[in-house]
Design a binder for this molecule. Structure first.
Ligand SMILES: Cc1cc2nc3c(=O)[nH]c(=O)nc-3n(C[C@H](O)[C@H](O)[C@H](O)COP(=O)(O)OP(=O)(O)OC[C@H]3O[C@@H](n4cnc5c(N)ncnc54)[C@H](O)[C@@H]3O)c2cc1C
Length: 460
């Protein structure tokens, strides 16, 4: 073993370090289109103190470190662009505390969405968190790190808005507690009423620190949950329909999808609405409010509720929605990437026309999905294309389509979500000069040697 490998083995134990080619192969890529790049070492630490020591080794040797959750963000954010050490967080998966009355949970930085979901269902059936539709192995810390969105985002904003505190290992090796937990035993706030330091880490893709613990807001889980689908073939009316729906404040989650298959979905836009209640009366009342608010569109014959066959309901109510993962592998061969700019809801019509235009131009299978964030404050519009890795031509066509999406999103006033390195550069170029300079100062101060997930958020 090399000197560095020996030092790492002393920290995590020999079983949890590897530089074997077969393991390096897996850690050099993700399911998306970004070309692979090999790390030198992979480690799987168990505690924040081990991460602290790994960071010190990397500092000393001047080699990069890249934290990794499940590697499902798809846009190359865990690919070690400059080699170094990949820190796989999966052993740090303990659920440390649930404060039931204050409705928050504290978990370690590698805890998966699936683990927290199952834990709450078993031990706290009246509580839930904002689950994304990502595969269950995706991690909570990484999802907030990329400002993900989930099942409660229409009501409460980005999943990162639900963070209640962080423990972070800095590039200096220092362990920092961010938020109320920095001075109180309670993890109820990531910032307020003090200066909110969580912004120095959330959204930075590990380029300023590694999250080792995270506090997350929990919300009431109602006893019943139901789904309705409102269908229209007029994409121009979708923003008005969403506006009316969000005005009721009775819908838990709103997703709009458009896809060519099965045939029943073709040429239509499906506004999927989830409603919840503790009693039949509550559910019925909400259902009536929702029906009522869309009455004008039914009257004008611009849309109507779809009758959902009972066999379809469990699939729609599934959390996470496995149909999304099934679509991701429709072409087989394990290739999937989507660009999901955050964009004003009024831009839905142009986005939905663009995804179809691109699919036809590049002969690709597509799915378009808009998740409403906040009370119509914005949406994540997913331009999703699936491809077969064994087909380089299909990969190239997908790459070109996604490049067009980047330009298009900027034109429409959108902001990239989980941007690739190229999109990060575009965003930095377009950014207000003062904000860009501030980012540069933050990065230079928090990571003076440039070893934290290098390539990402590099401001020159
Ligand atoms: C089928 C499918 C459906 C999806 N649906 C959704 C959805 O509904 N909503 C949604 O938000 N996303 C969705 N995604 C995207 C993505 O999978 C999720 O956002 C997921 O939560 C990312 O978590 P991860 O653990 O895979 O992140 P990773 O890819 O492992 O990491 C993401 C970033 O965070 C950094 N990072 C990881 N751990 C840490 C840490 N502890 N400290 C600091 N930095 C860290 C990594 O370096 C990387 O830059 C979906 C993906 C797929 C494949």
């Amino acid at each position: 073993m090399s000197d560095i490998a020996l030092q790492l083995a002393q920290i995590v134990g020999e079983r949890f370090i590897s530089k074997n080619p077969e393991e390096i192969f897996f850690y050099s890529r993700d399911p998306g289109l970004m070309p692979p790049h090999k790390p030198h070492y992979v480690v799987i630490p168990h505690t924040a103190e081990e991460i602290q020591q790994i960071v010190m080794v990397a500092q000393e040797a001047g080699i990069p470190i890249v934290p990794m959750g499940a590697g499902m963000s798809l846009t190359g954010l865990v690919i070690p662009l400059k080699g170094g050490i990949v820190i796989d967080m999966k052993r740090m998966n303990r659920i440390l505390e649930v404060n039931e009355r204050a409705r928050y949970v504290i978990v370690e930085g590698g805890t998966s969405q699936g683990k927290l979901k199952a834990y709450l269902e078993n031990h706290y059936p009246r509580l839930r968190h904002s689950l994304p539709d990502a595969p269950a192995t995706a991690t909570i810390a990484a999802n907030t790190m990329i400002h993900g969105q989930g099942r409660l985002s229409q009501q409460y904003g980005f999943n990162s808005d639900m963070v209640t505190g962080l423990e972070v290992v800095l590039a200096s090796g220092e362990i920092c507690k961010i938020g109320s937990c920095g001075l109180s035993p309670y993890w109820f706030s990531k910032g307020a009423p003090l200066p909110d330091l969580s912004g120095l880490f959330l959204g930075w893709f590990g380029a300023t620190g590694i999250i080792t613990k995270i506090g997350l807001k929990l919300y009431p889980r109602k006893r019943m949950r139901d789904v309705e689908i409102f269908v229209t073939d007029l994409e121009d009316l979708v923003p008005d329909m969403v506006y009316e729906l969000t005005h009721t404040e009775f819908v838990e989650d709103i997703n709009v999808f458009a896809q060519p298959l099965p045939m029943i979905f073709k040429d239509n836009h499906h506004i999927t609405l989830f409603i919840t209640g503790d009693t039949d009366e509550e559910l019925e009342f909400k259902r009536k409010m929702v029906w009522g608010c869309l009455g004008q569109f039914i009257k004008s014959k611009d849309g109507g509720f779809m009758s959902i066959p009972p066999v379809m309901k469990p699939t729609l109510l599934d959390m996470p929605q496995r149909s999304v993962s099934r679509f991701a592998d429709v072409k087989k061969g394990g290739g999937f990437e989507y660009s999901g700019p955050i964009i004003a809801v009024e831009r839905y019509p142009e986005c939905s026309r663009k995804v179809m235009e691109l699919a036809s131009e590049y002969d690709l299978s597509y799915s378009a999905m808009a998740r409403i964030i906040g009370r119509s404050h914005c949406m994540m519009f997913g331009f999703a294309f699936t491809f077969n890795r064994a087909d380089p031509d299909m990969m190239e066509r997908t790459r070109k389509a996604l490049e067009e999406v980047s330009e298009f999103a900027i034109e429409l006033g959108g902001v990239f979500w989980k941007p690739t390195v190229n999109e990060q550069r575009l965003a930095i170029d377009k950014m207000n000069a003062g904000a860009k300079n501030l980012m540069k100062m933050i990065k230079e101060n928090l990571d003076p040697q440039g070893i934290m997930n290098p390539g990402n958020w590099e401001v020159h």
